[in-house]
Design a binder for this molecule. Sequence first.
Ligand code: C5P
Length: 287
Amino acid sequence: METLYEGAYAKVNLTLDVLGKRPDGYHDLKSVMQTISLRDDITLEVNTGKPWVLTCDKENIPCDHRNLAWKAAEVYLKATNQNVDGLGIHIAKRIPSQAGLGGGSADAAAVLRALNRYFDSPLSIAALAEVGASVGSDVPFCVIGGTAMAEGRGERLRRLPNMPDCVFVVCKPDFPVSTPELYHKLDETAIPQRPDNAAMESAILAGDLEKIADNMYNVFDPVVTQDHLELNYIKSICNSYASLGQQMSGSGSAVFAIVKEFEYAAVICNMLRENYPQIFIAKPVYY
Ligand code: C5P
């Protein structure tokens, strides 16, 4: 038996635009995504000689084939024609679920990267991302990580230069959001404002953190905020304590803020922690 360790990093959407519904029921989107240091830790035991097992230190996470990490292992072995004699997947969870932070996708991507390393990299990173697309829409980005423009369902990726160093505050309020329901809701509403992805890309190319923050926009944010006004409270606290920009990530319900210095992030955390215990400080991450 061999034990593998891999970090599974959360993502935030600096921009998120939903362009339209596709014949397959999914939506075409365009989003600038960034991996952050908030992470789960994945331990894989390969060739245990026992039936597959998945454990997680948090409740309410499916511990069988429904878990994206389990699916990722199945899909990887099939794609590469490999076999293992028993597999143990253990997830130490920190990334909140139903948060828009890509937690399940991050775990799946970590399994793909770890297995590919174990088998001496038969798949390139691009091929590994392609395999990940069948597991979930955010998995290809989580395989690649860093700063990237995602299009299509999320599987068409273009790497962007690293964003400038900064600090993220991530705050997960206590209500969950169903991603399919939210896409459905968006289908029924006119989208009044959209992100300027070209401006975001220029800001990243220029390494201009203020412009990056100015150009953050997520079309899901107003749709969720109208039903959950506490998101405005979280954003206003961030804004009062030197955040350059703040918005919901993905389909929510987590909100993130970008600040320049750790000290400001610590103040925002102190202000919000009593009402929102699921609050984290993170940095951009590249791997
Ligand atoms: O691919 P994933 O399982 O992450 O997607 C969850 C759900 O979100 C899908 O079943 C679909 O309803 C919706 N979705 C979508 N278009 C995308 C990504 C997700 O409609 N690009």
